[in-house]
Design a protein around this ligand. Sequence first.
Ligand code: TEU
Ligand code: CA
Length: 532
Amino acid sequence: MDQTAWWKRAIVYQIYPLSFKDSNHDGIGDLPGIISELDYLQKLGVDVIWLSPVYRSPMDDNGYDIADYYQIDPIFGTLDDMKRLLTEVHKRKMRLIMDLVINHTSDEHIWFKESRKDVHSPYRDYYLWRKEPTAVDSIFGGSAWTLDPQTNMYYFHLFSKRQPDLNWHHQPLRQAIYDMVNWWLDLGIDGFRLDVIDLIGKDIDKMQFADGPYLNTYLKELYDTCFKGRDIMTVGEMPGLSIERAREITGGKHPFLNMVFQFAHVGLDEVQGQGKWALRQLDVNEFKHTFEKLQHAMHHGGWNSLFLSNHDQPRVVSRYGSEHYRKASAKMLATILYGMQGTPYIYQGEEIGMTGIKMPIENYRDLETRQIYTILQEKGWKEEDIMRSIYAKSRDNSRTPFQWNDHEYAGFSMHEPWLQVNPNYKTLNAETDRSDRDGVYPYYQELIKLRKSHRIFDEGDFQLIFEDHPKLFAYKRSYQGQTVLIIGSFSDLPITLDLTDYPFSKILLSNDHSVKLAQHMTIPPYYAAIII
Ligand code: TEU
Ligand code: CA
């Protein structure tokens, strides 16, 4: 492997700043709070921190609506805090990447304020204005067009109406973005996670949005103007990109980005074509075959990012694991993910097995949840069905404050937090978990160490085993004559495995030490093991 590609061997940890740690006790997480917990991350084995947006923002979409790219929002701290964070991260031999939200801005960005004033404004073409709306829905529900009374024209927004889309076809806008990106890179940050970057090449008049006709052109320009020649890491969030295109963009002739987030495996608990609120049971076979495709496609050329959770997705234990077998299933999910090829991502709290939450509707803060609640009501959904979907899929599931200890507000803050703490914090928190021999955090530490000490995890090829088993996700990795088996059970019941056909000598790691390796072995619910 190319040794300069350090990001291939990195473990990335995503911090959602609002909910990580509050230092000044106003109920909102902040940069000094993050600085105070860097040792916690270092001990876990983290190499790179991805910080969700901390720029100045009205927080309509929790910072994914940026009003000033050059400033830190006062709720998080100051630019000096940011610089201090960077220094402290680097001191610990870790790196820091920022979130880059350049498909849209906040409606409070000066560009938009100027743009909307008058059709002749020099900023008019920074955004997308039309006399008539087209039949496009925003991703959060409702029309993607909003009429602005000031000039009596409609502006385009794929997310909330407070997040107008930027017009990437306008060269001055692109240049303004590149200047800003270079400014942050010159400040010393180590790269970016690029928010919905597959949308910047869209052609709205031709109704082409994700992976639009101009995507390669603009990505290439961004790469040439900002990324080229710098020792950084870039990961593009690309919900609408095919596997083939992901491979092209990360590994083809022009690798514009180091890796992308693919979402094929994420929508498998949804009725296809009906959006995220129409629930269905996960089919483990479909799940593992989706990963198989990615593993094979990216094995030669291209690079995968491995993730199950982020700030938009519900907690994976509650979603694909089991709250009843919480610790076992949290470890199992980590094991099958970390056994694959790619760069693994941990979303804050995943490493202690945090779970989803059920709250009365008025406690939800996420604009998507609040919006969808009304929309589903209007569509005639029954209250209990709406709430069932929200419990399962609301983004607030993963945004509740980090559970540090069993003190009031889970040690996140001494003030009532901006979003309710999960009531299970008394027993489920980092302090308890880390002092538990059976804890999830200690397991992650071991898993990360193991992964880093065997090249087979970086280089080996991937083949599913027990391929049609409806409750097993198992595969082997092979590299230079060596084979590793990775086994994960999604079953509430024991399963008997026949390992006669596979080479094995010992268990390198497992979530249940009472299980002994044998040709015929019976594994308990949510068992996970790495066998060599
Ligand atoms: O998300 C983009 C996206 O398309 C989805 O992940 C979407 O938010 C989700 O499916 C809705 O349920 C990114 C950010 O990660 C998200 O937090 C922002 O809200 C969004 O872009 C707009 O910036
Ligand atoms: Ca604070």
